[in-house]
Design a protein around this ligand. Structure first.
Ligand code: C2G
Length: 450
């Protein structure tokens, strides 16, 4: 019996896949098909896969061509499988020509002509595309990243942007700039808001009034009650309002939260998160009026692990800020402590102060350490009293989590319910803490250096 083995994602199964499987089967008497897991596809950069692993396995099974179906979960599994199942032939489409020659050591390798004119990407993209607009400060690096990352997401069509400030000649000539926000909204199904936080509320309301879904950079607003009201307004219009904190969509961050919740460090007792950067304030055209202060720029990211690990039911908090512009309430540094019934958390954020941007979650059996810059990490450690028990984790991260965030937003729109990694209560609490900062509640101001 000649055994043939082949692998694939087989998303949105089409005749190109089926022809490959038919020809693979014809090479021998027994066909083994490896279907890639979601995790393995994400690790190798295929983030747009639409169907679940089970859906794709069922589709391959329904062809009746596979005698055995495997799940491909890790790099190098092909060699293990070829040895374990005694495959005589490995085959794959010619788009992989040469990439699997190393398998010749274990079996015959045959590349079959790829079927032109059909692909899963085309099928995914042919579905109704969501037209995306952007509004914000064009010189912000976040604006540029989100614009560039939208190109990696099937089903998302970037239509243009509106700049909240006068455009200068350095703007990206490839972006269609709309003269006003309403005209942009007339051409969009969804909008990503990355303006100054003080204008989020007005931009969100206009978008919802224009039947546009909203992905809004955190904080959604500068007040918890307003944030809750905007979520309810979106619900009433059957629209999606989602908070954007790209860290929440990084694989490593998500795995670290799960490990804490699964008790790998025992009971979590404290979270200490630091986020600082001097780059913005060091710009020569910096102004307190145009720039985001520390609590808005970094507060949401730093608060995320606190609220996702301990919840939003803290019994007390204290905010201590170093203000350098009283009129704009611009803090160059803020530390917030949250007291819970059986835990404590502290965040320190600064755009005028530099510190070690690490995240430490302390527990009764050990602690988790994420090195700087923890908010875009692909790596973390679990450390114990006995260093030999320490564990290290690495999860590839493409685009700082923005692609996964866009996908979550897109799937929310298509499914009609929010599939965000950030719960509504966490979003509301982030806006509420920032609202307390502006209202001076629980706040100690360290004095005005100006
Ligand atoms: N294929 C084809 N013609 C197409 C599309 C795909 O012959 N129009 C072949 C591919 O070459 C591959 C198989 O169908 O052999 C499955 O394709 P995908 O689902 O796109 O998965 P891919 O990532 O290409 O799988 O490690 C090997 C990879 O997993 C191969």
């Amino acid at each position: 019996m000649r055994k043939v083995i082949t692998y694939g994602t087989f998303d949105m199964l089409h005749y190109g896949h089926i022809r490959l499987l038919e020809r693979a089967k014809a090479l021998g008497d027994y066909l083994i098909v490896g279907v890639t897991s979601e995790e393995f596809d994400r690790k190798r950069g295929k983030i747009n896969v639409r169907q679940s692993l089970m859906e794709r396995i069922e589709a391959v099974k329904s062809t009746g061509l596979a005698d055995k179906i495997l799940i491909e979960e890790y790099e190098g599994q092909k060699i293990d499988d070829i040895r374990q199942y005694g495959a005589d032939i490995f085959t794959v489409g010619s788009d992989w020509d040469g990439k699997f020659d190393y398998l010749r050591e274990f079996c015959e390798v045959i590349y079959l002509e790829r079927t032109e004119g059909v692909s899963s990407t085309d099928i995914r993209s042919s579905e109704e595309r969501i037209r995306l607009g952007m509004v914000g400060s064009v010189e912000s690096s976040v604006f540029q990243k989100y614009y560039e990352e939208s190109a990696h997401v099937d089903g998302l069509e970037f239509v243009g942007a509106f700049s909240e400030r006068p455009l200068d000649d350095c703007v990206d000539p490839y972006i269609k700039w709309f003269p006003n926000y309403n005209e942009l909204l007339d051409n969009c199904d969804a909008v990503y808001i990355v303006s100054h936080p003080s204008r989020h509320e007005e931009f969100i309301r206009s978008a919802l009034d224009s039947d546009c879904h909203v992905l809004c950079e955190a904080p959604i607003t500068l007040n918890g009650d307003t944030c809750r009201e905007l979520f309810e307004l979106a619900d009433s219009k059957k629209l999606i309002l989602m908070e954007a904190v790209k860290t929440a969509y990084s694989t490593a961050y998500n795995r670290f939260i799960l490990m804490v919740k699964n008790g790998l460090i025992g009971d979590a007792v404290s979270v200490d998160a630091t986020c600082t950067s001097l780059r913005d304030m060091q710009r020569e055209n910096w102004s307190a009026e145009k720039s985001q202060n520390s609590i808005c720029a970094w507060g949401p990211t730093a608060m995320l692990p606190v609220f996702q690990i301990f919840g939003t039911g803290y019994t007390g908090k204290s905010i201590v800020s170093r203000i350098i512009d009283v009129a704009e309430k611009y803090d160059s540094y803020t530390r917030v402590s949250f007291v819970y019934s059986n835990a404590i958390a502290s965040i320190q954020v600064g755009k005028g102060v530099k510190s070690e941007g690490e995240l430490i979650v302390s527990g009764t059996k050990g602690y988790i350490y994420i090195p700087a810059p923890w908010w875009k990490t692909d790596y973390f450690e679990i450390r114990y009293e006995n260093p030999e028990e320490n564990k290290r984790f690495f999860y590839q991260l493409d685009g700082e989590g923005i692609r996964n965030e866009y996908l979550s937003f897109l799937h929310s729109i298509k499914q009609g319910n929010v599939l965000s990694c950030i719960s509504r209560e966490v979003s509301i609490q982030i806006s509420s803490v920032i609202g307390d900062y502006y209202a001076g509640n629980d706040c100690t101001i360290l004095g005005d250096d100006r």
